[in-house]
Design a protein. Structure first.
Length: 367
């Protein structure tokens, strides 16, 4: 299975409602698409969003990086050179974790096709079904309560609430949402680095003292502040999940050795793809820690890959934040995984099982 051509494209996916966090506001997904074509006519599909506030990657920077990475892969054999191909991608340039992830997703799609297996099975998975939570982005108390109630009505039983703009208001938001949805709904809190150490401790102590329970508190303080993260963890009852603090396996090792978090949020866009995500999961297993699979604002192609990875490590990845397709107003992917409210059903076709993606404008070709 020889790589003959690599195409880059742009895809805009409108959101149902603007997505607001402590770091950014987004009106629509703007995706970089990667298509790798082999000599026998097969196509591997990849995707990455620009998330400059977190990864530093923009459409322009990823496109520029592809001009270095993509030509190196032409005429390489997926079946015999797969490990070497992945090393080429990761050693080509520093950084650009999202661009590398898009390439890796397309490469893993082809690799599983060469084995005539769906990707989740080729990676060692068994069950093709996952159930994701839904994120409620930052807004007024009334808006967030309404969004939470609407999500529960749509079948979601795990909500992740974005906070981090104002700790005092965040306590009000979380209290109102819990009162509105009742005790049966699992609620998690994601500050996206927006709180100080003291704000995080004070806010969570108030909420916990009022009898409110949360599944986890995600990245309350700056990613570089491991001491602050550990201080928060030791001062509250709610488990702490590290997100922006962990990009690479080395980050996971450092964080777990420092006893700074209970869980790790693995995202392919941070780990630079599936191969290093697998290594992060291995590190977590060594410390008997558990992980969540998360995504940026990503479309169905990259979410399908993230779900396939998660399904391959069910003993380690126990939480799922794969709501990109649920936040989008359209699904441009033909074939592949099915997204039905909180339920994700992975394709049983070889690779990711994708037949095509509508609405893509091709911008570059490498041959």
């Amino acid at each position: 299975m020889i790589i003959k051509k690599i195409y880059l494209g742009r895809l805009a996916i409108p959101l149902k409602t603007p997505f607001v966090t402590a770091l950014r506001r987004v009106e629509a997904m703007d995706e970089l698409m990667v298509f790798i074509e082999t000599g026998d006519g097969r196509v591997g599909h990849g995707e990455a969003p620009p998330t400059a506030a977190i990864t530093g990657d923009t459409i322009e920077s990823m496109t520029a990086a592809m001009q270095i990475m993509a030509p190196m892969l032409i005429e390489r054999d997926i079946e015999t050179d797969f490990a070497d191909i992945l090393n080429l991608v990761h050693n080509s340039i520093p950084g650009c974790t999202s661009g590398k992830a898009a390439l890796e997703i397309a490469l893993y799609d082809l690799w599983a096709q060469s084995r005539n297996e769906p990707l989740f099975r080729a990676l060692g998975g068994v069950a093709p079904h996952l159930r994701t939570g839904l994120t409620v982005s930052i807004g007024s108390v009334e808006k967030m309560v309404g969004d939470a109630v609407k999500a529960v009505s749509a079948g979601f039983d795990h909500l992740k609430i974005k906070v981090g703009h104002n700790a005092e208001e965040d306590v009000e938001r979380l209290s109102a949402i819990r009162a509105a949805v009742g005790p049966q709904v699992v609620i998690s809190v994601d500050a996206n680095q927006g709180w100080s150490v003291n704000e995080a401790i004070a806010a969570m102590n108030r909420l916990e003292s009022a009898g409110l329970e949360f599944d986890y508190l995600e990245q309350p303080v700056k990613a570089c502040d491991l001491e602050g993260l550990r201080t928060v963890r030791r001062a509250i009852k709610t488990p702490v999940l590290a997100d922006e603090a962990v990009f690479a396996p080395e980050d996971a090792l450092r964080l777990l050795e420092y006893d700074a978090a209970d869980f790790i949020n693995i995202k392919l866009m941070k780990s630079a793809g599936i191969s290093r995500a697998l290594r992060i999961a291995e590190v977590a297993a060594e410390y008997d820690a558990r992980c969540m699979i998360g995504v940026m604002l990503e479309g169905p192609v990259s979410v399908s890959a993230a779900a396939s990875f998660a399904a391959s490590r069910p003993e380690i990845i126990t939480r799922f934040d794969l709501d990109g397709p649920s936040l989008a107003s359209i699904n441009p992917m033909r074939g592949g995984a099915k997204f039905e409210g909180p339920d994700i059903f992975l394709s049983e076709q070889p690779g990711l099982g994708i037949d095509g993606v509508d609405g893509v404008t091709i911008t570059r070709e490498f041959a």
